[in-house]
Structure formats: structure tokens, C-alpha cells
Design a protein around this ligand. Structure first.
Ligand SMILES: C[S@@+](CC[C@H](N)C(=O)[O-])C[C@H]1O[C@@H](n2cnc3c(N)ncnc32)[C@H](O)[C@@H]1O
Length: 207
């Protein structure tokens, strides 16, 4: 189900962005993969959080690949156009609407500004294909998706994220996600209790 909203799990996303920033500083074209991005609320939130924290030049180098299994019809149109009804934007933190949204000429709708939209690339992708969309990602965000999968599917999807991440890359999941014990050699929990895992490299993590 494509339920999502802007700034969902704000504190978690802020922590993730703050944690990854030193690692991507100075990196040429750092990439983030938001898997299960619904109608774009989460990847655009990430883009805003990065924009708030990065200089113009570094930010314009960033690319967020936003994928979802649903990407036909209105779903894709909404995400790519970045236009949302006013009610959807009611929970935005103070100042964000004025700074990162603009009128798109349609009464009752606001559109994410171009500077934010340009950083997010949408494509259809089924996580249950177990095929990563690329490699070398600094960060994979997959929130409120894994809980819909069977345990063995979850393990395979997490292995795929491990392949997609670059050295020291971070995986952010929903709060309740535990790492299956068989994947302990592949990921190290970054902080106790938080849904943040760092990719572990080395001979023990042969896939
Ligand atoms: C509850 S929404 C979560 C959206 C966002 N990540 C968030 O936390 O607000 C779950 C999303 O996962 C997507 N999804 C479900 N199965 C998927 C699959 N096999 N591959 C990719 N996306 C999937 C759904 O289409 C939906 O958009």
C-alpha cells in the first residue's frame, strides 16, 4: 500500500542524513536509493533535508534514485511532477512549504521546487526481483516496506541492498526492523535501538 507522507519519521531521516554527510562530503556524485518510495513524499523529504545541510555545489551533485513497484498511471505522474494537494502538506515543519514548494497554477495544489525535483529520479523496480538497480550507493533507505515481505524474501532483499551499497554505505529501515541473524556478518548496527546499519566488508561477507 502506498501510504506515506512528507517528513514521516523526521527524526530518523535527519539522523540518517546527518550521519551520512561526512562520508559523502567531497565525493563525486554520491547516490542514495530510496526503495519503496510511494508517491515521492519520502525521497523529496530526503532531498529537502540534504538541501538544508549541504552547500549548493555539493547538493547539486547528489542523486536520489526513488523506486517503487507501483509506477504506472497517476502514481508516476504525481511523483515526477512533484505536485501534491495542500492537505498532504499540512504536517510540514515550519518554513518548509514556503521555502521548498511553489504554486503550480492549480488551486489547492503545491509543487516541489525544481531544485529539489531535479535531484530525484523515479523508476519502477520490484524489490522481489532481488536485482539491485546499481552499485556504490552511499545510502539505501527502505522504510515501511520490508515488513510486508516473507522472512526469506526479506533476507534476499537485504542481501541485495548489501550488494548495492558502496564501502561503508548505510542502510536505513523502519524502527522495528531487526537484522536477521544470518546477515550479522554483512551489517553492523550503527546505534543501539535505531534502524541504521552500516555495510560490513571483508572475507566473512562472501555472498
Ligand atoms: C507503506 S509504503 C512506505 C512508503 C515510504 N517508504 C514511507 O516509509 O513512508 C510501502 C511502499 O512499498 C511499495 N512496495 C511494496 N512491495 C514492493 C516491492 N515488491 N517492490 C518495491 N516496492 C514495493 C508499495 O508500493 C508502497 O509504495
Amino acid at each position: 500500500m502506498a501510504f506515506s507522507f512528507f517528513f514521516r519519521d523526521q527524526q530518523v531521516l535527519e539522523r540518517v542524513v546527518d550521519h551520512i554527510l561526512p562520508a559523502i562530503a567531497g565525493r563525486n556524485r554520491p547516490r542514495v536509493w530510496d526503495a519503496g518510495a510511494a508517491m515521492g513524499q519520502e525521497p523529496y523529504t530526503l532531498a529537502v533535508l540534504f538541501a538544508e545541510r549541504m552547500g549548493h555545489f555539493a547538493y547539486d551533485n547528489l542523486r536520489i534514485d526513488a523506486t517503487d513497484v507501483e509506477s504506472t498511471g497517476s502514481f508516476a505522474r504525481i511523483a515526477e511532477n512533484g505536485a501534491y494537494p495542500r492537505e498532504e502538506l499540512a504536517r510540514l515543519p515550519e518554513g518548509i512549504l514556503e521555502k521548498y514548494f511553489e504554486s503550480n497554477g492549480k488551486p489547492g495544489y503545491f509543487r516541489v521546487i525544481e531544485r529539489i525535483r531535479r535531484r530525484v529520479v523515479f523508476q519502477r523496480h520490484d524489490l522481489l526481483s532481488f536485482q539491485e538497480i546499481g552499485q556504490g550507493y552511499a545510502l539505501v533507505v527502505c522504510k515501511n516496506v520490508l515488513l510486508h515481505f516473507q522472512p526469506q524474501e526479506r533476507v534476499q532483499v537485504l542481501r541485495m541492498f548489501h550488494r548495492a551499497l558502496g564501502r561503508g554505505g548505510l542502510l536505513a529501515t523502519e524502527q522495528t526492523q531487526e537484522m536477521p541473524p544470518e546477515l550479522d556478518p554483512l551489517f553492523r548496527r550503527v546505534a543501539r535501538g535505531g534502524p541504521l546499519f552500516e555495510k560490513v566488508e571483508g572475507p566473512r561477507c562472501a555472498l
